[in-house]
Design a protein around this ligand. Structure first.
Ligand code: ADP
Ligand code: MG
Length: 257
C-alpha cells in the first residue's frame, strides 16, 4: 500500500487582499465550483491526497480564479499541489491536442498562435525542480501533457522550435533558463502562468537578477504570477509585491513566523 504523507491540517490560515475567493474543504468542491476535469481530480485522489491542506484550501481556488498569489506556508504543507492543480486545470488541454484541433480547423500549416510554453515553474535548485516535475507527472497521468524538467539534455532537445512549441509546462532553475534565453533557444512570450517556488531564495541576492530577467521575458499581456515560500522576509515581500498584480496573500502558520 502507498504511504500517505502526513500533512498538518490544523494550521492557522490568514488571507489578505481584495475579493479573496472562498476556500475549499474538499477536493470534490472543485468540481461543483469550477469545471475541473474529472481525470485531474482522479489523479489527485489516486495519489493519496484526500483532504486539502491549509495552503491548498485557499491557494487552489484563488489561483483557479486567475488571481496573483503570495503564499507563505511551512515546508511539507503541500505547496506544490497548491499551484500545480490550478495550472493543469487552467491550461485546459495539452498543447499537442490543441495543435491537432487547429490543424483540422484551418488549412494553414503554421503553428497556432497560442503555441509554446504556457506555464513556467522556477525553483532555486535542480533537486527541488526534479521533485516538482515528479508531482507534475502524477497530475498529468492519462493525458498527453508535455512537461519538461529543464536540464542540459532537455534544453538541447528544446532548442528545436517544433519540439518546444508542444511543451505545456517547464520546470527549471533560473540559471539554465537565463542561459537559454540568451542563446535564443527558448521563448517565454506565451507563458500564462509563472510560479516562483521557494521565492525567498529566488528573490534574494544571487538569484534576483536572473529571476527578474525571466519575469520580464514573460511578455504576454495576461500572465498569472504567484510566489510560494516557507518564509517571506520583508525585503523579499517588497520585491514580490512589485512583480505581482493585486495579489491575494495567504499565510499559513503565522504563529511560528
Ligand atoms: P512544500 O512544498 O510545502 O514543502 P510539498 O508540496 O513538497 O510541500 O508536499 C509535501 C508532501 O506532502 C509531499 O509528499 C506531498 O505529496 C504530500 N501532500 C501534498 N498535499 C497533500 C494532501 N492534501 N494530502 C496528503 N499529502 C499531501
Ligand atoms: Mg516546495
Amino acid at each position: 500500500p502507498k504511504a500517505i504523507a502526513k500533512v498538518p491540517l490544523s494550521h492557522r490560515v490568514t488571507t489578505t487582499g481584495s475579493n479573496v475567493p472562498e476556500s475549499i474543504s474538499s477536493f470534490s468542491d472543485l468540481s461543483s465550483r469550477y469545471s475541473i476535469a474529472p481525470q485531474l481530480l482522479r489523479n489527485v485522489e489516486q495519489n493519496g491526497y484526500a483532504i486539502p491542506t491549509g495552503i491548498q484550501a485557499y491557494g487552489i481556488p484563488t489561483l483557479l480564479e486567475s488571481r496573483d498569489v503570495t503564499a507563505v506556508s511551512p515546508t511539507g504543507t503541500g505547496k506544490t499541489l497548491s499551484y500545480l492543480l490550478p495550472i493543469f486545470s487552467l491550461l485546459g488541454s495539452p498543447s499537442s491536442s490543441r495543435d491537432k484541433k487547429s490543424k483540422t480547423a484551418s488549412s494553414t500549416s503554421s503553428a497556432p498562435s497560442g503555441s509554446g510554453i504556457r506555464a513556467l515553474i522556477l525553483s532555486p535548485t535542480q533537486e527541488l525542480a526534479a521533485q516538482i516535475y515528479n508531482e507534475c507527472l502524477k497530475l498529468a497521468q492519462g493525458r498527453k501533457w508535455k512537461v519538461v524538467l529543464y536540464s542540459k539534455a532537455t534544453g538541447a532537445t528544446l532548442a528545436q522550435k517544433d519540439v518546444r512549441d508542444k511543451v505545456d509546462i517547464v520546470v527549471s532553475t533560473p540559471l539554465r533558463l537565463v542561459a537559454a534565453l540568451q542563446e535564443g533557444t527558448i521563448e517565454l512570450n506565451n507563458v500564462r502562468h509563472l510560479i516562483l517556488d521557494e521565492a525567498d531564495r529566488l528573490l534574494e541576492e544571487g538569484f534576483l537578477e536572473q529571476t527578474r530577467e525571466i519575469v520580464s521575458s514573460c511578455t504576454h499581456l495576461d500572465v498569472q504570477k504567484a510566489v510560494f515560500s516557507a518564509t517571506m522576509p520583508a525585503g523579499v515581500e517588497a520585491i514580490a509585491k512589485d512583480i505581482l498584480s493585486d495579489p491575494v496573500r495567504v499565510v499559513v502558520g503565522l504563529k511560528d513566523a
